[in-house]
Design a binder for this molecule. Structure first.
Ligand SMILES: Cc1cc2nc3c(=O)[nH]c(=O)nc-3n(C[C@H](O)[C@H](O)[C@H](O)COP(=O)(O)O)c2cc1C
Length: 183
């Protein structure tokens, strides 16, 4: 099984990154092939295509997304790791997800290539109150359902602000490793 993680925090080594590493370490322990991708290494821009009557979509930056989509399609498990920004996923993660729409037309639609793949979501957030976490997760649950992917779980670290803070959350890190092992 191949597991690919997309990390949208611009802070390499930050809380999201650390949690994703833990899941990937668990997955590697049970023999899965793992890969981590920092979305900040890619020139993702807002999608510039629109729904129209014509079937052709255009997007001047599609090439960048092609590479990421290829990795997603080749994987059996997909991890989306995002810091919580303004009660939501980060803008960079949203840019990536928006681009999935480009692959919903044509001969090979993304939704025909993703059924059965596992999706895991990782969130890192400064708030200790997590009352709105379900609202952050909801669009991702719908996206997984749209793509007929299997929701394999979420890891949410609350009360983490500075890059190293998640090290103070051994329970969440253990949960992340166990989730990776279960993939
Ligand atoms: C632009 C911005 C908006 C943020 N908004 C929230 C928020 O709404 N709720 C929250 O709990 N933390 C918020 N935070 C804090 C981050 O979620 C927190 O620092 C997290 O640990 C960052 O993860 P990282 O280390 O992976 O970058 C925000 C941080 C930034 C930079």
């Amino acid at each position: 099984m191949k597991v690919v993680a997309f990390v949208s925090s611009p802070r390499k080594g930050g809380n999201t990154d650390r949690l994703v590493d833990e899941i990937l370490a668990g997955a590697a322990e049970v023999g899965h092939e793992v890969e981590k991708i920092y979305l900040s290494d890619y020139a993702l821009t807002p999608i510039d295509s629109v729904y129209g009557d014509e079937l052709e979509w255009t997007d001047s930056h599609q090439g960048v997304a092609d590479e990421l989509i290829d990795k997603m399609v080749a994987a059996d498990g997909v991890i989306l790791g995002s810091p919580v920004y303004w009660f939501s996923i980060s803008g960079l993660m949203k840019l990536f997800i928006d681009r999935w729409a480009l692959y919903q037309r044509g001969e090979q639609r993304l939704m025909d290539l993703t059924p059965g793949k596992k999706m895991v979501v990782v969130l890192a957030m400064a708030d200790s109150e997590s009352e709105y976490v379900e609202a952050v997760l909801a669009p991702l649950r719908y996206a997984a359902r749209w793509l007929k992917m299997q929701w394999a779980g979420e890891i949410v670290a609350t009360d983490v602000t500075e890059p190293g803070d998640v090290a103070r959350c051994p329970d969440v890190l253990a949960q992340a490793r166990a989730l990776g092992q279960s993939l």
